[in-house]
Ligand binder design. Sequence first.
Ligand code: PLP
Length: 362
Amino acid sequence: MLPFLKADYGNASSVHQRGRIARHGIEAAREAVANIVNAHPSQVIFTSGGTEANNQALNVMRSRAASGRCVVSAIEHASVLDVAKQLLQYGYELNQCGVDVQGQVIKEHFVELVATKPLLASVMMANNETGGLQPIAELSAIARDAGVIFHTDAVQALGKIDVDFAATGAHMMSLSAHKLYGPKGVGALIVEPGFDVAPLLVGGGQEKGRRSGTENVAAIVGFGMAAMLAQQERTPRAVHTQALRDHLEQGLRALPDIIVFGQKAARLPNTLFMAVPGIDGETLLMELDRVGLEVSSGSACDSEKTGASHVLLAMGVDPELARCAIRISFGKDNTVADVDALLEALQQQIHTLRSLSSMAWA
Ligand code: PLP
């Protein structure tokens, strides 16, 4: 990224040499991003991140018809759910598809909703809290058979599992660079060839008129490099993080009352969502942070919102228990020693916080 922030600081739309260098950087990145999801570079629209890609995907509704309905799963990220809710203000309707206790979309419910011919359906590939995976190819086929546009938010999945856009059969798919060690503030919407996606931003006509605005060249280049590395290293990263998570799960069995959510469903290799009943998730998070252990309560992207996770509530988890949830996710540089430190800190904190709460009640 550095050359594009320094010497090669050209505008990719300029025809002079430095502009052409910037354009080359963007197009190489487009190829790398297309490669990792088995798409053609012309299918990649660079955006400012997963949020923008999700907004653009759902807003396709507005360009297709003056009224209509969308179907989204109840566990979507806010950047899908809130857009769907915003569309209500423009007269569109919304159905939320339920999930079971493991966080899996209830297929019969999805089939039922799609049969009523909504304009668009959106189901995420991997959940950002539980890590739970959905059978996207199957859901997308159900939607297509009913003539419904299908979008999937693959932000959490990319770099952790195989994400093959063509194999999903989706019309649109959202990605974000910072989930695979790329820079923050850049992502992409992948579209099926020939699929007409209306721009959210109009103006200079960049990205073939599908996303105007001078491109953030360095960030896009960083996304391309992160995608290339993630494609090369995906399997060893997955094996490594899954071994760490298995080690954690084994250690958690020795601690009293721990609940792991969505453990019986297929999950991302690196994610674990758990609760210690009676211990507030935010409090536990802050105590762990004090000893240098960074976890999150719910999704970090949602963390300014307080209260119980909508994902857990949709899974039928008691709101009190849902407020105790913390998400632990491992990265490629974590070690077994990190997991042991976490287990030790958890044991200590559970002991301390439990004694404090029993003193408060005494
Ligand atoms: N979708 C999911 C599943 C996410 O976890 C996130 C959070 O990072 C987003 C979308 C939003 O992506 P971004 O942070 O790039 O806007």
